[in-house]
Ligand binder design. Structure first.
Ligand code: ZN
Length: 153
């Protein structure tokens, strides 16, 4: 076996971070407002730091929870193009997060991934990280992933 051609990579993950939200996506072909307990898993790939980890679990977990709490939890997730077409009159508060495109699990995974990248960059802890993979599940078994690869400058 030639070990030189079998280089491994380090991937650090936080899993099973939940948020509750409603979105309007096709159900049996018809757009329908409905809700889920979404489950988010985040993995970052990169080189080990001098602390011998890709990223501190606590830091990654806190960043993911911050993004989820501020932008997704207890929200109505809508396509930005529908912003002027949705009116809600109700005796309760409705917090809306607009998504670029239909608010599918794929779109949410992409947007969460981008937000995480911005948070990591802002905190200056992106230098050893090569990629970020976000999985968003609707319930326990229907999942979509988005992967972003960071380029080093
Ligand atoms: Zn759904």
């Amino acid at each position: 076996m030639n070990e030189g051609s079998r280089q491994g990579k380090y991937v650090t993950c936080v899993k099973n971070i939940e948020f509750h939200a409603a979105h309007a996506t096709p159900v049996n072909g018809t757009p329908l407002l409905h809700g889920h307990t979404f489950v988010v898993n985040v993995c970052v790939e990169g080189e080990l730091t001098e602390k011998h980890w890709v990223i501190d679990f606590t830091i990654l977990s806190n960043i993911v929870k911050e993004v989820i709490d501020q932008e997704y939890n207890f929200r109505l997730l809508l396509d930005r193009r529908d912003a002027s077409r949705v009116k809600i009159i109700a005796p309760f508060d409705v917090k809306i997060t607009y998504v670029d495109g239909p608010p599918t699990a794929e779109s949410l995974a992409r947007d969460i991934c981008r937000s995480l990248g911005e948070h990591l960059l802002r905190r200056g802890i992106l230098s050893n990280i090569r990629a970020c993979r976000v999985t968003v599940c609707e319930g326990s078994n229907l999942c979509a992933e988005y992967v972003v690869y960071f380029t080093m400058e």
